[in-house]
Every structure is written in C-alpha cells, then in structure tokens.
Design a protein around this ligand. Structure first.
Ligand code: ADP
Ligand code: MG
Length: 481
C-alpha cells in the first residue's frame, strides 16, 4: 500500500505544476532544460508537462495524458491533467478512510459514464468562432487573437495549412499562399527575389552513382569528375533553356553553385525531405531525380520566391496546393507561445461545432448533477462519486483562484445560482461571476469528453497500481532509473 501512496503523491505534485496556468488569468511558467539553453515561457499545460525533467512511470503517464489530449483535441490539456490529479488527491482521503481502491475505481467509472452522458445531453451547436475565441482568450492578448481569427477565416483547408515564424511585430502575421521555410540563397551574387519557373532536384541518385564507380587510379577519378562536371554543366544549360529562375536542391557543390551564379539563377539548398514535398506542392513542381533527365520541362513549377533574412525563403503562388500561416511575434518566446495557441485552435477547427458553456459553468452543472446522482446510488461508491464530483468542481475553483478571488466563496455562489436555474454562470476575470453564454465563452464538447475520459483512465490506472518493478536494461545490464 505504501507505494501506492507514493505514486499518488507524485501524481498530485505533477498536476500541481500546471494548476496556476489554468484559464485567462493563468500565470506563465518558465521551462528550462538541463543546459539552461532554451528557456520556454509558456502558459500551456501540455508544454510544461512534456518538458518536465522527472522521468518516472507516473510522470510518463501524465505526459501521455497531455499528449493524447493535444493530439485528439488540440486544447484542454491543463484541464485533463488537473482533473486526473484531483481525482487522485480525493482518492487519497478515501483510502485513508479505509475504502478499498477497487470501490473507488468502480465509483469513478460510474461517475465517468454519467459525466459523458451529461456532456452529450448539454452540448449544443455553436459558431466555431466563439470556441476559437475562448481558446485564444485563455492564452494570448485580444488584439493578437482577433487578428489571427480574421486571418484563419481566409484559410481554404486547415488540413493543408503549414506554420512558419518570424520575429516581427505581432500585427504582421499573415497567410501566405505557398510555403515558407528556414533557408537562404547560396551567395550574395544570386538574386534575392525571382518570379518564374522553378526546378526541384533531389541529388540522392548522384551520390549513388558516385558510389557505384569502382575507382582504383587517379586517372579513373579524373574521368569520373570530368563526367560529373559535364553532366552538371548540361543540366544548368537545360535550366537556362527552360527559363528556370530558381533551383531547390538537396545538396550542392562549388561547381553547381558557380554555374548557377553565372546564369543568374537563385539556388536554395533544402535539407529536409518534408520541405522538399512542401516546395513541390507550393510550386506545382515534380522532383527531378536525375541530372541527365532529357526533358525537364514537365517537372518544372512556377512561383514567386523571395529570401528575407528574418523569415527565410518565402514561396508564393496563386495555384499553390498548400498555405502557410506566417506567425510574427516580438521575441522568439512570444512567437512560440502564439504558435502553441494557434496549434490548439487548428485542432478546434478540425473538430465539430458542438460545445458546452465554458468559464467553469459547465463544470458547476456537472458537479451538481453528479452529487445528486451519488445520493441515489448510496453505499461506498457514493463517496467515490462525490469525490469525482469534487474533482470536477476544482476547475471553476482554480479558475477563480487564478483570478485572485476568494475561490471557495465564488464556487459557493456559483452553485447557489445554478441551483436557482442560472446555469450559464461562470467565473469572470473582471466581474468575478457572470453569464458565460452572454460573453460567448464556449468550449468543444469533445474536449470535455476526452479530458474526463483520459483523466479517469489515468487516475484508475494509478489506483490499480500496487508496485512498480524496474526491469533490467538489456543493453548494459544497468537498472533503468
Ligand atoms: P486548457 O489547457 O485546459 O485549455 P486553459 O489555460 O486554456 O487550459 O484554460 C481553459 C479554461 O479557462 C476553461 O475552463 C475555460 O472555460 C476557461 N476560460 C477560457 N476563457 C475564459 C474567460 N474569458 N473567462 C473565464 N474562463 C475562461
Ligand atoms: Mg486552452
């Protein structure tokens, strides 16, 4: 039993690290890696949990909890982590009262099923813009979020949207019909900006060709070099004949660079395979894999290409198959935090428009509903369902706490109002409490379902856990730490 208590304590500790970040008045945290090199300033629970240096099975479960919420929904990670921690904290007092873990698990499962039914009953169709505003609102300033919302409206297909960043005034964020990546033209004498035909080359095959030659004498080496030089020269001639203005290539060499410079062609080296695919989609090009290719014209695409020092390579094309959201922020940390918020919002855009009322209003309703249910169930499970209800009630409690209010008093007041039928009342950072429906604070129903489900899973898993045996590491026979 002793170990179980230790596991639960660890879980509560982890959950508490994100407590202060919940909601619109949540605090930022600074996450620092071992070398102190890349500090992240964030208000995003998932980012904090993912970067925790603690490396034990309980921390791993929480990291997975945050990740699964992020992948499935894109938002609500802090909520999920807080509920899981709170379920365990409340379970601890039941364990202290000699209630068996199995009883708690059964009660929690019952409450979870009922909670999900409750979400499905309460969910309503709403405009996505309201949901997006809520998600942005809990992380970034109103001015930036409204700008981003208007940009996001122009996006043709969120599934094909890429994100790029630039350190600049946050008002400069914009949507680019094309692709942006961290690259540059090879030298100062090449053009910085072009418009016209584009060629994309993967040099992988040339490397293979080189390896195939069995060179034993310097003469043979000279011959091979002569052969390669000819091939490259012919290729650049073909680029000129086809009026190619920019070449994207996976690997270069001084000869190619010199030939291209003389020809006035912009050369950009692309290190990542993923970039190569995106360049093709943005320019409508096909990858040329052999410099000996006779007819390159059918591989060529078209675009405007520009190199900017702060941004990298910007490819624009009306017929691009992908779009890129260029996110600007005054500093790297600000930009990264905006990107994290946009990623949350993209998750929401991919989801449906069913929502429940936010600002803790939904949680107050759910918690009251579960309390009522617990009375009807009776027995020892009643206590577990009550614990579950209290865990949910913690969301509005923490929201109020983070606003600097007397949280217990606020929650008591909200419960009273809800019982009087004012079921849309929630926490308001300015007015303390207000009608969250009127303020347009909505959150995806799926976010709540996923958070409740995965938090219950993690809590029950830890409650079931009696001991952890550390296996031997096969490689070096050391114990895994
Ligand atoms: P999560 O990672 O769980 O999304 P957030 O820090 O984004 O955590 O906080 C989400 C919580 O903040 C939700 O309970 C949501 O209803 C609440 N919330 C968001 N915007 C507001 C607002 N303007 N007023 C009150 N509560 C809000
Ligand atoms: Mg959020």
């Amino acid at each position: 039993m002793e170990n179980k208590y230790a596991f639960i304590q660890t879980a509560i500790g982890i959950s508490n690290t994100v407590r202060a970040t919940l909601g619109p008045k949540g605090m930022n945290k600074m996450v620092i890696d071992k070398n102190n090199s890349n500090p992240i300033l964030t208000n995003d629970g998932a980012t904090i949990i993912k970067n925790l240096a603690i490396d034990n099975p309980i921390a791993k479960m929480f990291k997975e909890l945050a990740e699964s919420q992020e992948i499935a929904i894109g938002d609500g990670t802090t909520t999920a982590v807080i509920i899981a921690g709170q379920l365990l904290e409340n379970a601890l007092s039941l364990l202290n009262r000699k209630i068996h873990p199995t009883t708690i698990i059964t009660g929690y499962d019952l409450a979870r099923t009922e909670a999900i039914k409750f979400v499905l009953n309460k969910q309503e169709r709403t405009e996505k813009e309201k949901i997006i505003k809520t998600t942005f609102g809990s992380k970034i300033p109103e001015k930036i979020s409204s700008k981003l919302i208007s940009i996001l409206k122009e996006v043709k297909d969120v599934n094909k949207l890429r994100i790029a960043k630039k350190i600049n005034s946050s008002e400069e964020s914009k949507l680019i019909n094309g692709f942006v990546f961290d690259g540059h033209n090879m030298n100062e004498r090449m053009p910085k900006e072009i418009e016209g035909n584009i060629a994309v080359v993967d040099m992988y095959n040339e490397d293979l060709e080189f390896a195939k030659f069995n060179i034993t004498t310097t003469k043979e080496l000279d011959k091979l070099e002569e052969y390669l030089k000819d091939k490259r020269k012919n290729f650049v001639n073909k680029l000129k004949e086809n009026n190619v203005k920019a070449l994207f290539i996976t690997k270069t060499n001084p000869q190619i660079e010199a030939l291209l410079t003389d020809a006035g062609i912009m050369e950009v080296v692309v290190y990542k395979k993923e970039y190569l695919d995106n360049i093709c989609k943005a320019t409508n090009s096909l990858i040329i894999t052999d410099l000996k290719e006779i007819d390159i014209s059918r591989y060529l695409g078209n675009a405007r290409v520009k190199y900017e020092r702060e941004t990298g390579i910007i490819i624009e094309n009306e017929k691009s198959q992908i779009e890129t959201l260029l996110i600007c922020g005054e500093t790297n940390q600000v930009t990264e935090e905006i990107i994290r918020s946009v990623e949350d919002v993209l998750g929401i855009l991919k989801n449906d428009e069913y929502a429940v009322i936010g600002a803790g209003a939904f949680e107050i309703s759910l918690s009251l509903h579960l309390k009522k249910l617990s009375f009807n169930i009776g027995g020892k499970e009643q206590l577990a369902i009550e614990s579950f209800s209290n865990a949910i009630e913690n969301i509005p409690l923490i929201l109020a706490e983070n606003c600097g209010f007397d949280a217990i008093e606020v929650v008591a007041l909200l419960k009273k109002l809800h019982q009087e039928g004012k079921k849309d009342y929630g926490v308001d950072a300015i007015k303390i409490i207000s009608d969250a429906r009127e303020r347009g604070i909505y959150e995806p129903a799926k976010l709540k379902i996923h958070a409740i489900n995965s938090a219950t899973d993690v809590a029950n898993l830890i409650l079931k856990l009696d001991d952890i045996y550390y296996g031997k590491d096969k490689e070096d026979n050391n114990e895994i730490k």
